[in-house]
Write a protein that binds this ligand. Structure first.
Ligand code: NDP
Ligand code: MG
Length: 390
């Protein structure tokens, strides 16, 4: 095997995907980019393939196969299409690490296949752990696979734990920016427009996670992600709003000592750490300057207005496929909001109603997660249709 680290980048055309390519490009002697995959953005996938010359590309949208194949016909690049191809390409012998930057439930299956093929996982796709955290972490343990977090809060916790893995965590604090509607009332939120919700104060991200940040669902998903990544009980996880997004999260140990990881908000750092751990590579990313931030502030999240956060805690308490159901409902409700079929406050309403309606399966196997996801989508879809008519 080549001494370089072979990387499969799932979701290379997205926000995390393109930033991962910036990181990889900076260290050609260290990374060997093997696989690039896109959903529908064939033009960007083609441009990336021509620039980075991976061994393989996958376009998930099958109708775009010929377009990609023809554009790359002069290159020594394998071209595949479809969701099953995503699962196969991660198994290649040349791949050491799979960075999962797909959005949503679609990330689950290829991540499971990568774990079974004993690939190291750099996990951006938090929905994978939300949907089936118990299954994913068990399989990772059985296969001796490490899952390194890309999500900035979880990377922060992970960085605080380096050198401390044998010490018990008393508690973690996940920080949240509060999103564009921090401090808003229910009354004000009633008339929120799509464009307002898509404007995040501190981070530039894909549409789905940007809406999730505005509803605090993102923090709810991250609480569940943290539970599985760091093997915590729900009561060991707290959320604190920190509008400046400089302290990326904190760990409190059993002696009461707290460690925080800080820096300017830039996803390239956690992406890079997930790929280079345990090493830190020199970068020219902008450095934090205390004088630019005379105040770092912290406050409680408003759980009465932003109901999704409590729904995530409820799903953890319920266990089984409850978080899978919540995730599916949220994918449907966010998409409906992006298509301007429902209002901003309907998102949490649909998520809650779907959780009440769809039966949770305990001791779930993979097929149970697939079924719960499907039933929750049908249920949430029905509510969307009713609401969009009213
Ligand atoms: P984007 O929407 O920007 O990108 C998503 C990527 O996944 C694109 O490459 C897209 O392809 C591909 N994709 C979407 N749907 C499918 C599908 N059904 N099958 C195959 N490929 C698909 O998302 P982000 O980069 O913002 O987020 C990716 C993940 O990382 C999410 O889970 C998010 O929660 C997480 N994350 C993101 C952060 C950020 O700063 N963006 C921060 C922390 C976590 P195409 O565009 O070609 O259709
Ligand atoms: Mg995050």
């Amino acid at each position: 095997m080549s001494p370089k680290k072979g990387i499969a980048l799932l979701g290379s055309t997205g926000s995390i995907g393109t930033q991962t390519l910036d990181v990889i490009e900076a260290y050609p002697e260290y990374f060997d980019l093997q696989v690039l995959t896109a959903g529908k953005n064939a033009d960007l996938l083609i441009a990336q393939a021509l620039k980075f010359k991976p061994n393989t590309v996958v376009i998930t949208e099958e109708s775009l196969y010929l377009k990609v194949k023809n554009a790359l016909s002069q290159e020594d690049i394998h071209v595949y299409a479809g969701a099953e191809a995503l699962c196969q390409v991660v198994e290649s012998n040349e791949v050491d690490t799979v960075l999962t930057a797909l959005v949503g439930y679609a990330g689950l299956k290829p991540t499971l296949r990568a774990i079974e093929a004993k690939k190291t996982i750099a996990l951006a796709n938090k929905e994978t752990l939300v949907v089936a955290g118990e299954l994913v972490t068990r399989l990772a343990k059985e296969n001796g696979v490490n899952i390194y977090p890309v999500d900035s809060e979880h990377s922060a916790i992970f960085q605080c734990l380096v050198g401390e893995f044998h010490n018990k965590i008393e508690k973690i604090y996940l920080t949240a920016s509060g999103g564009p509607f921090r401090g808003w009332t229910n009354e004000q939120l009633k008339s929120v427009k799509r464009e307002q919700a898509l404007k995040h104060p501190n981070w530039s991200m894909g549409a789905k996670i940007t809406i999730d940040s505005a509803t605090l669902m993102n923090k709810g998903l991250e609480v569940i992600e943290a539970k599985w990544l760091f093997n915590l009980k729900p009561e060991q996880i707290d959320v604190i709003v920190h509008p400046q997004s400089i302290v990326h999260s904190l760990v409190q140990f059993e002696d009461g000592s707290m460690k925080a990881q800080m820096g300017l908000p830039d996803m390239k750092l956690p992406i890079q750490f997930a790929l280079t751990f345990p090493d830190r590579f020199k970068t020219d990313f902008p450095r934090f300057n205390f004088m630019d931030y005379p105040q770092l502030t912290f406050e409680k999240p408003d759980r009465a207005v932003f109901k999704n956060l409590d729904l995530a805690f409820k799903a953890m308490d319920m266990g089984g496929t409850a978080a899978c159901i919540l995730n599916a409902a949220n994918e449907i409700s966010v998409e409906a909001f992006l298509q301007e079929k429902i209002k901003f406050l309907d998102i949490a309403h649909i998520n809650e109603a779907t959780m009440l309606e769809v039966q949770v399966v305990h001791n779930a196997r993979y097929e149970d997660f697939v079924k719960s996801d499907e039933l929750a989508r049908i249920c949430a879809d029905k509510i969307v249709k009713t609401l969009s008519k009213s």
